[in-house]
Write a protein that binds this ligand. Structure first.
Ligand code: ATP
Ligand code: MG
Length: 245
């Protein structure tokens, strides 16, 4: 499970977090929403141990991310998959090389085993036959799916998705959400999905949290959230709340 306790963070005097507390029980998925620039990506990077807390703690599966070092930090990162905002494949590597990268970096699996896992993961996301294509040769939706395969290839216990559907047409976006859902049912990871498309994502999540003014402003199940009378929540959800109620 993921626990965030009284997290503070500033960048050059810009106070992004003013005491974030949030808990995600094992095996559940939380959607994280909030205005552009409110700190959603920065929060995921704290969970992944890529940014250290200024004050407060981030505890993942009982281990504190801010203080883990060396082998312990690598072991924790090995249990975690991250779909970065924008997909971010390595342009100089083909899809096979991209998806096998985490296994080559983080494990000592044999070449045969890595090959079998990578082909399985590419098949899961519907990219069989494109193993030797380069990112520049495939569509944006295929890049997202390949990035998803790369994030999932190590069978992670924790999955962080930063805007997995942004920039995709509605049909392709929906297929990515269904893919995340089916992977969740297979792997039972604990997950966070950062999204600007809450009405689309809410059917596959257990809880929603809204980041606002440096704190978790509201948190609850999707139905609690869409029924919220809080003016900030209602103002942010806008038409999404009307669609859902
Ligand atoms: N490495 C960094 N150094 C300095 N400032 C940073 C750094 N990373 C993020 N910030 C600042 O922290 C704030 C939060 O950024 P973040 O990327 O988390 O926003 P976000 O909620 O993910 O926005 P979006 O929805 O547009 O992706 C912004 O003001 C950003 O400029
Ligand atoms: Mg972001």
């Amino acid at each position: 499970m993921i626990q965030i306790e009284s997290l503070y963070k500033s960048f050059d005097g810009n106070e992004v977090f003013r005491g974030i507390s949030l808990e995600i029980p094992k095996g559940l998925i939380l959607a994280l929403i909030g205005r552009s620039g409110c700190g959603k990506s920065v929060l995921l990077k704290h969970v992944a141990g890529l940014i250290k807390p200024e004050r407060g703690r981030v505890v993942v599966e009982g281990k504190e991310m801010g203080t883990a070092r060396g082998r312990a930090l690598r072991a924790l990162r090995g249990r975690l998959g991250f779909l970065f905002q924008g997909g971010a494949l390595f342009d100089s590597m083909n899809l096979f090389e991209n998806v096998s990268f985490p296994l080559r970096e983080k494990t000592r699996l044999s070449h045969q085993l890595i090959q079998a896992r990578v082909l399985r993961e590419l098949e899961n996301v519907g990219l069989s036959g494109s193993e030797y294509k380069y990112p520049s040769q495939i569509s944006g939706g295929m890049v997202k799916r390949a990035a998803l395969a790369r994030a999932l290839v190590g069978d992670p216990e924790i999955m962080l998705f930063d805007e997995p559907t942004t920039g995709l047409d509605p049909v392709t976006g929906q297929s990515i959400i269904e893919l995340i859902d089916s992977c969740h049912q297979r792997l039972h990871f604990t997950g966070i999905i950062v999204t600007h498309e809450i009405s689309r994502v809410s059917p596959i999540v257990d809880r929603i949290a809204m980041l606002h003014e440096g704190v978790i402003w509201a948190e609850g199940t999707p139905s609690e959230f869409f029924a919220s009378q809080d003016p900030v929540v209602r103002g942010f959800l806008g038409d999404a709340a009307k669609d859902m109620s």
